[in-house]
Structures are given as C-alpha cells and as structure tokens.
Design a protein around this ligand. Structure first.
Ligand SMILES: Nc1ncnc2c1ncn2[C@@H]1O[C@H](COP(=O)(O)OP(=O)(O)O)[C@@H](O)[C@H]1O
Ligand SMILES: [Mg+2]
Length: 230
C-alpha cells in the first residue's frame, strides 16, 4: 500500500507507509498472495474457525479438531531421521452440515502458517481440466495437474458430485496417486458415505484416500441453511 505526499505545486511523490518492507509486512504480503492463489470462492472467503458457530458438543469437537489440525500441520517434521507427513482429512456428511466451511477455514489457517494451498470443488476442477483442451487455452492440462498435485494442501470439495466417467476417474486417480506418492495431504469432502464413494470412485482411489486421510467428524445431520425453518 502506498500513500501520496504533495511537495510543491504539481509535484507528487509516492511514499511508502512506515510498516512497508518490515519482516511483518512482507510476511503479510506473502500470506495474502498465497490466499489469492488458493481459489477460495467469494462465498467461503470469510469462513473461519471463529465464525463457525459451535454451541453444541458435536460442533465444538469439530472446531477443536480443526484447530488441532491447523496447529499440528507441518511438512518438515522428522522423527528418528525420517520425515513425518501430516495426514489429510476425509469429511463426510449431508448437504449444509458445514464441511466446505470447515475445509476452507482449515485451508486458510494452513496458508497463514506459511504453506501453499488450493481449493477446488470437483466439478470445477474437471471443467478447468477440460478447458485446457481448447486451442486458445494459455494453460496446458499438465500445468494445471502439476499445480493440483504439488501444492502443500489441496481441498478437494464435493467429491462424488460429478459424473464418474472414465475420463473423470482417470484424472482423479492421477491426482490422488501423485499426492499419495508425494505424501502431500488432501482434504476431501463428500455427501456420500464410504460405500457410495467406493461405488462411485472405485477401490483403487478410495483405498489410497483412506490411507492418506483421517476421518474428520461426525458432522451434524442438520442442514445449517434450514436451521431457522423448523
Ligand atoms: N456451525 C456453523 N456456523 C456458521 N455457519 C455455518 C455452520 N455450519 C454451516 N454453516 C454455513 O452454512 C452454509 C452451508 O455450509 P457448508 O459448509 O457449505 O455445508 P456443506 O459443505 O456440508 O454442504 C455455509 O454458508 C456455512 O458457512
Ligand atoms: Mg460443500
């Protein structure tokens, strides 16, 4: 951010606020840049762990687990000379129970700690992959997949909401398997239960997801959007 200082008639010099260039300012600038690149939509940009209302025991537990996950997230941890990678999270629950809210809030928390992050809901990811096939696309499919597979934390929202064609399963396998091999965590959210997810995605994908992720929940059965309608 810059300010304007007037010297004499017509002469304006751009001046930097005192904080600019300090280590704190630079860290904030870099965090904001990582947040801007994370693709968190306008709807979820303001969702945090603080504004997830948790008056009941179940939701309190969810917020506590989310806080613990963010504070424990570390890609450079070692034990006995070997790297220890954070697990991902698998969030299952009905529509409106708060999965996307908590997943994006966790992503924000991890980005604020200095890691890179990316949010994609699965239909949008498939749309963006298909868009790379257009002759006028500036991005190749490989560039997009590279970003999705190497970012420190990927939120893959609403898995199972897409039509599971051969093309879709092939791309999902590639993404999950690359992250699995690279020990890169993923937060998966879905409205399907594990059996339905396995029927939709197949054993190969689900089995890797389960090894990579802890089950995060249980989420409340209630659709938050309908809470005042009863
Ligand atoms: N406990 C909560 N406190 C505040 N807002 C909530 C809570 N649970 C859900 N919401 C809000 O309700 C809406 C639906 O939640 P969302 O996370 O999109 O549900 P899901 O992804 O499980 O379908 C969002 O706007 C979300 O912020
Ligand atoms: Mg959702």
């Amino acid at each position: 951010m810059t300010g304007k200082k007037k010297h004499s008639e017509g002469e304006i010099e751009t001046v930097a606020p005192a904080a600019m260039g300090t280590a704190e300012w630079q860290a904030e600038f870099l965090t904001q840049r990582r947040l801007d690149k994370a693709r968190i939509s306008a709807r979820f940009a303001g969702k945090t762990l603080d504004n997830f209302s948790a008056r009941d025991k179940g939701r309190k537990m969810l917020v506590h687990s989310a806080q613990t996950y963010v504070s424990g997230f570390n890609l450079n941890k070692e034990a006995g000379g070997f790297p220890v990678y954070p697990k991902g999270l698998l969030m299952t629950g009905p529509v409106g129970c708060g999965k996307s809210h908590l997943a994006t809030a966790i992503l924000r928390g991890v980005i604020e700690k200095g890691y890179s992050g990316l949010y994609y809901n699965s239909p949008d990811l498939l749309r963006d992959i298909r868009a790379t096939f257009q002759p006028d696309s500036d991005l190749t499919e490989d560039d997009l997949l590279e970003e999705v597979t190497t970012v420190d934390l990927l939120v893959f929202d609403d898995v199972g909401a897409e039509n599971a064609t051969g093309f879709v399963l092939d791309r999902f396998y590639l993404i999950i398997n690359e992250r699995y091999e690279g020990c890169k965590p993923i937060i998966v959210t879905t409205n399907l239960n594990l059996e339905e997810l396995e029927n939709r995605l197949g054993k190969r994908i689900l089995s890797r997801m389960l090894e990579m992720c802890e089950i995060f929940g249980p989420f409340p059965e209630e659709d938050w959007r309908r809470r005042n309608l009863r």
